[in-house]
Ligand binder design. Structure first.
Ligand SMILES: [Mg+2]
Length: 263
């Protein structure tokens, strides 16, 4: 679909808001990218628009890689549903829910966290409490602590049947099931049953959401979709090539939300 046809579709959805789900990434889409994540802020005008859209559309949801409570703190609207922690948790009406497929692993993640607290914290590592996933940070610890942390978490992860990933200064454990922005989109669509759904995003992990929308359309679960790509210098090229509508930065996202609100 070309850009003009996609905008026309978007405007048409206003008349049918009760069957439309508005799903969006947060960082880089609603909140401009800033040097450190704790400085992120969603502009007030976008918050007003999100509040208005929540009252009118079937569903407005923020989907983020961040901890679910952090996703909530960025937007702060009770009317919005938040999917966080890379698709493992959602927060609505003030309660965090772990997705059902991940629940059987919660105790094992907690066991790994408590073992890491005994073994690694005395060496200078930091255990971040993230609920259904565990993150052990060692960026500010001596190099031996980093090596020990990775080896320890890998061994414990294997024993407990968890998936382990090593990042920059961090080793993470998570349930060994697929959870990403795509599975989050599917879970919301299957629960809220919109006929039309859109996703707005700027980065690689958002492509999972774009592709899941395409699959939901293909199988007939959704009648119409819109993928809104937020163009930036750091984003992958597919965020533009796989989008129906391409906008520039957070200001461009404002145009999309204003069109949904009819402003
Ligand atoms: Mg983003």
């Amino acid at each position: 679909m070309d850009n003009a046809a996609a905008w026309k579709r978007l405007e048409g959805w206003r008349e049918d808001a009760s069957s439309v789900a508005v799903l969006t990434d947060i960082d880089g889409t609603l909140a401009p990218i800033v040097p450190t994540p704790d400085m992120s802020e969603v502009p007030g005008e976008l918050l007003d628009l999100l509040r208005e859209l929540s009252g009118r559309y079937l569903l407005v949801a923020g989907i983020s890689g961040r901890k679910t409570e952090d996703a909530f703190d960025l937007i702060g609207l009770d009317e919005v549903v938040y999917f966080g922690n890379h698709g493992f948790e959602l927060l609505r009406d003030g309660e965090v829910e772990v997705i059902p497929d991940a629940m059987p692993f919660l105790e094992r993640v907690q066991e790994l966290e408590s073992r890491a607290r005994e073994e690694l914290v005395p060496l200078g590592a930091f255990v971040e409490e993230k609920g259904i996933t565990a993150s052990i940070h060692y960026r500010n610890a001596p190099p031996e602590t980093g090596e020990r942390s990775v080896a320890f978490v890998k061994a414990e992860g294997e024993r407990l049947g968890l998936r382990i990933t090593v990042g920059r200064g961090v080793v993470e454990a998570r349930p060994p099931i697929r959870a990403d922005k795509g599975t989050a989109v599917r879970a919301l669509v299957e629960e809220y049953r919109p006929k039309k759904a859109m996703f707005l995003g700027d980065d690689t992990t958002d492509l999972d959401a774009f592709r899941e929308l395409a699959a939901l359309l293909e199988e007939g679960t959704l009648n119409e979709i819109l993928r809104v790509g937020v163009r930036s210098d750091e984003g992958p090229p597919e965020i533009v090539t796989e989008a129906d509508i391409v906008v520039d930065g957070v200001e461009g996202v404002g145009e999309v939300l204003r069109a949904l609100a009819g402003r």
